[in-house]
Design a binder for this molecule. Structure first.
Ligand code: GTP
Ligand code: MG
Length: 448
């Protein structure tokens, strides 16, 4: 049990609402209840009571007491639901703070205590963090799934499974070669294969889900009139940018956050690039290149009818100097003859032929964006999607993938299984200081 000071904070968003929830946790919660509510609250029951200080009623509230260890933090906890005005909840918090036996909670401190009191695992804490920070529905559902403990269970099973195989292999080491049945060897080989499959599945899931938690930046660049704004409006399903047949419509960088297959992406529309004396347009072009430098991926759009000319090549060269993750896209394929279309696709496998107008190859475009983003996301994913977790899993996979089950290699197999198991165990390790200190809890909001 963690005997730190008692903490208090608002648990609902600050501002006006129907109700606000104030949370207290720690050993002085009973004292707070007795002083302000003047009632003995039985645990886990909702009470409609007055919150009073020296006979002055500050608000009528619903209060719930959770007795340690059966609470979120594992300590005595009190939740007060008061009227949802900023003055009301601030008044109540100030009164509680006057007792001197209590202080304001830091961001994530309730969850940190829950973790320190073994109410939640590090993995669960990381999932809560991911859930709170989810920006799309798909991200929230993925975080919810890992919070449900499924991922922890799967990992735990793999850990146990590896341990069992290791014990079997080590037991065989005590026998002479003649006493070991080929069946035993076959069985071990089969079990290792199964394990490999399980680890691969988890890696795939984590890799795909990682993108749900990274807000990637994507900039669309190209010569004027190639359909950049049309593409952005289509992808975001919104009229973000003005579309016009006149070249030079977009002059500033316009941005919008949207979800592509559940991945949050901020897309930036930019001014069409051409040689110009117009100062505003020149400024727009400079901004476009700066935006490209800050992005995870650049979509370079050109007109399929005209193909890539020297001018495009020069611009692409300029972009490549600041960002190499470029997807070349020929738009308006609806305007070229079908046979011609086929010819140009074969000519260059790298580029993608689309039509925003006729919705040609849009799914292909989304898939290409998704796979390019996989290589570019940095390590800012919350918690479980942390690159370190993936590295441990990949190391485990690498070890067991290089196992060649044979009688003469038993010692080596045992060693490889040990390393693989150790790496899986690291993900389940609640004492991983690096992960605890990496600021999981400070990413939480106040009151969580
Ligand atoms: N036929 C055809 N026309 C398209 C397609 N995509 C866009 N257009 C048209 O091309 C013109 C230019 O589109 P915009 O989206 O404004 O092009 P832009 O690249 O943003 O242009 P600037 O902002 O001027 O650089 C508009 O008239 C669009 O309707 C397409 O796939 N096929
Ligand atoms: Mg435009």
């Amino acid at each position: 049990m963690n005997n730190e000071d008692t903490i208090v904070s608002i648990a609902t968003p600050m501002g006006t609402g129907a109700i606000s929830v104030i949370r207290c946790s720690g050993s002085n919660v009973t004292e707070i209840m007795q002083y302000f509510l003047k009632e003995e609250l039985a645990p886990r029951r909702a009470y409609y009571v007055d919150f009073k200080n020296k006979e002055i009623i500050l608000d009528d509230v619903i209060a719930i007491f959770y007795k340690a260890p059966q609470s979120y933090t594992g300590e005595d906890m009190l939740e007060i639901m008061c009227h949802g005005g900023p003055v009301v909840y601030q008044l109540i918090i100030d009164e509680i703070l006057m007792l001197k036996s209590c202080r304001l909670a830091k961001a994530g401190e309730f969850s940190e205590r829950a973790f320190l009191n073994n109410k939640i695992s590090l993995f669960e804490a990381e999932s809560i963090c991911a859930l709170i920070n989810a920006k799309t529905k798909a991200a929230a559902l993925a975080a919810r799934e890992s919070l449900s403990g499924k991922m922890t269970n799967d990992l735990f099973k793999i850990d146990q499974f590896l341990l069992k195989i290791r014990i079997q292999v080590e037991a065989l080491l005590d026998f002479s070669d003649e006493d070991i049945e080929t069946e035993d060897i076959k069985l071990i080989s089969k079990k290792i294969d199964n394990c490999k499959k399980e680890i691969k599945n988890i890696i795939k899931k984590l890799e795909n889900n990682r993108l749900l938690f990274e807000t990637s930046k994507m900039t669309v660049i190209g010569k004027p009139n190639t359909g950049k704004s049309s593409l952005i409006n289509f992808l975001t399903d919104d009229d973000v940018s003005i579309v016009n047949q006149e070249a030079g419509t977009t002059r500033d960088v316009v941005s919008k956050l949207f979800s592509l297959n559940g991945m949050p992406i901020t897309i930036y529309d930019t001014a069409g690039i051409r040689k110009t004396d117009d100062l505003i347009e020149k400024e727009g072009v400079d901004r476009a290149l700066k935006q490209a430098a800050l992005s995870n991926i650049v979509l370079y759009l050109y007109d399929a009818c005209n193909g890539i000319d020297q001018n495009d090549k020069d611009i692409i060269e300029n972009i490549r100097e600041v960002n190499t993750n470029i997807l070349l896209i020929a738009n308006k394929v609806d305007l070229i003859e079908k046979n011609e279309n086929k010819r140009s696709t074969n000519a260059d496998e790298e580029k993608l032929m689309i039509s925003v107008k006729e919705k040609i190859n849009i799914n292909e475009l989304k898939d290409r964006i998704q796979s390019l983003l996989k290589f570019s996301v940095k390590n800012s994913s919350p918690g479980i999607y942390n690159i370190k977790n993936l590295q441990h899993l990949n190391k485990a996979l690498e070890e067991i993938s290089t196992v060649k089950v044979s009688l003469s290699e038993l010692e080596l197999i045992a060693e490889k299984l040990k390393i693989a198991q150790r790496n899986i165990a690291m993900l389940l390790d609640n004492e991983d200081d690096d992960r605890v200190l990496s600021g999981i809890f400070s990413n939480f909001c106040i009151g969580k």
